[in-house]
Design a protein around this ligand. Structure first.
Ligand SMILES: [Zn+2]
Length: 220
């Protein structure tokens, strides 16, 4: 196997090696709310991908709500929380379409947080996810973007979990739209892109690969 193969492996690949991670320490590497940081670098077909995710109160954080469509089940376990709608040890299995928010009772509480792991199964072939926004007044769908999350820019050195790029792109498109409900006319608030970690994650994966490629190209 090549030196890079294990990074793209599945549990069935002999090159995949066990890795030990401290999930609490991994929080340091997340860049924003609900980033879904893949805990292990194994994102290929057949992999179960545990992703670390948090939300914090204070610092001008805003409440948000979106809906997530997924054609495979997701399982979430809460590791720790304070002043959250979740409880430590709570295990939830999400249906194919479910609402997502920061699960904090008081988003202005600087001590409020929730820390969860969301496990996502990567099946063979295409895997579709959708990002939906509904009207805050009448619940009418006002925006939706769907994509095969197996597709994204080629990453020769460090794999990218492409679902986060879908969320980031969806937020950019939603915020650039007129955000007006076709049913009741309510103009929706922009989604707080900077509070979420999705766009920074996608940019930093790109940077990591570009920086490594530059060094490799120099033959050092
Ligand atoms: Zn409406």
């Amino acid at each position: 196997m090549s030196a890079t193969t294990p990074w793209f492996g599945t549990p069935r690949d002999p090159g995949v090696v066990p890795i030990k991670k401290n999930l609490f320490e991994e929080v340091i590497h997340a860049t924003g709310d609900l980033e879904l940081v893949p805990v292990f670098p194994y994102l290929g077909d057949g992999a179960i991908v545990p992703c670390l995710s948090y939300a914090m109160g204070g610092g001008g954080a805003k409440k948000f709500q979106f809906f997530h469509a997924n054609d495979v089940p997701e399982v979430m376990i809460c590791l720790s929380e304070h002043n959250s709608a979740l409880r430590a040890g709570m295990l939830m299995s999400f249906p194919d379409l479910h609402g997502v928010n920061n699960f904090l009772k008081d988003v202005d509480d600087e001590d409020a947080y929730m820390l969860v792991v969301v496990a996502i199964r990567m099946r063979e072939g295409a895997q579709h996810e959708g990002f939906l926004m509904r009207c805050r007044e009448c619940n009418e769908p006002v925006f939706r973007l769907d994509r095969d999350i197996k597709e994204g820019p080629e990453r020769p050195y460090y794999p990218e979990f492409y679902a986060l790029r879908l969320y980031a792109d969806a937020v950019d498109q939603f915020n650039a739209s007129d955000r007006t409900c076709a049913k009741c006319g309510t103009v929706q608030e922009p989604f707080p892109q900077d509070q979420l970690g999705w766009k920074r994650y996608a940019r930093q994966v790109e940077l990591a690969n570009r920086a490594r490629a530059a060094v490799e190209a120099q033959g050092v």
